[in-house]
Design a protein around this ligand. Sequence first.
Ligand SMILES: Nc1ncnc2c1ncn2[C@@H]1O[C@H](COP(=O)(O)OP(=O)(O)OP(=O)(O)O)[C@@H](O)[C@H]1O
Length: 289
Amino acid sequence: MFSTQEQPQTEIDLAAAEALLGTDADRFRHDYLEVRGLRVEFDGFVAVRDVDLTVTQGDLRFLVGPNGAGKTTLIDAVTGLVRATGSVSFGRTELLGRSTHRIARAGVGRTFQTASVFEELTVLQNLDIAAGARRRPLTLLRRRQDTPEAVERALETVGLTALRDVPAGVLAHGQKQWLEIGMLLVQDAHLLLLDEPVAGMTQAEREETGALLRRIGSQRVVVVVEHDMEFLRSFADSVTVMHQGRVLAEGTVNEVQNDPAVVEVYLGAPAAESGAAPAKPATTEGDLP
Ligand SMILES: Nc1ncnc2c1ncn2[C@@H]1O[C@H](COP(=O)(O)OP(=O)(O)OP(=O)(O)O)[C@@H](O)[C@H]1O
C-alpha cells in the first residue's frame, strides 16, 4: 500500500483519451427513432393506435404481426405517406407534418414490398440518381468525372461492384432489393425502413441479405417488416409484434416467442377474459411461435 505521499504521480492525458475514444460528437452519436402515441385513421377506421416505439442504432429491429396489423401503415406514417397524429422523431427532428421530401432529407429512407429501381438504367446510374436526390441543384449541374466515393462504397457494401454497368432490369430479384438498399445508403439515410426485404428471395439471397442488414444495422437505425420467421430468428436483435394497430409485445426473439399474448394471436388460442375479439388464425407466413 502507498501512503498518500508515496503514491505515484499520475496525470490524465485528455488528448490521448480523445484520440482513443473519439470526440464527444463521435462517441455520443447514437441515432434513434422515437415514436410516441402514433395514431393513423382511415375514414374512421383506426389502423394504428397508441403506438410507442424506440429503435436505436445497433439494434436490428424486426416488426412483425398478422396481416393487417398496421406494420406498413406505421412505416407510411413515419415516411409521411399517410397523415398521423402523435409524434415521430429522428435525430431530434419531428417528422410528423413534414412532406415526404423533407423527411427523406432528414435521413429517413424506405423500401417497398416490390423493388422500385429504374430497370433500363444501369446499377451505377440508379445509385447516381439516388445520390443526386441529396445534392443541391447547383452541385447537380456540375459535371462529375469520377464515381462519387459514397456510390463506390454503396456498390461494395451491397455487393454489386461487378454488376455496376449492368441494366438494373436484368438483375436477379435479390440483387434488385440490394440495389434499393444501396440507393438508401447513398441518399445518406440513417433510418432505414425495409418492407419485406427478403420476400421472393432464394435461401442464399436471404442469408446474404441478413448479413448485409446486420452490417448496416450496426451503423444505422434499421427497422425490418418481415413475415419470414426463419429469417427473423436468424438475424433480429429485437422484435416488436403488432396486432390490430397496437404494439402487442416487444423484446428478444425468445421473449416474444414465449409471450402468451403473442402465442394467442399467432395460434388463435381462446381470447382472454377481457372479451377481446378472437385472434386471426395464424397464416403460413406468420407462424412466429
Ligand atoms: N389507404 C387505406 N385506406 C383504408 N384502409 C387502409 C389503408 N391502408 C391500410 N388500410 C387498412 O389498415 C390496416 C392495416 O394495414 P397494413 O397494410 O398497415 O397492415 P400490415 O400489418 O402491413 O399487413 P400485411 O402484413 O398484410 O402487409 C388494414 O386493415 C388495412 O386494410
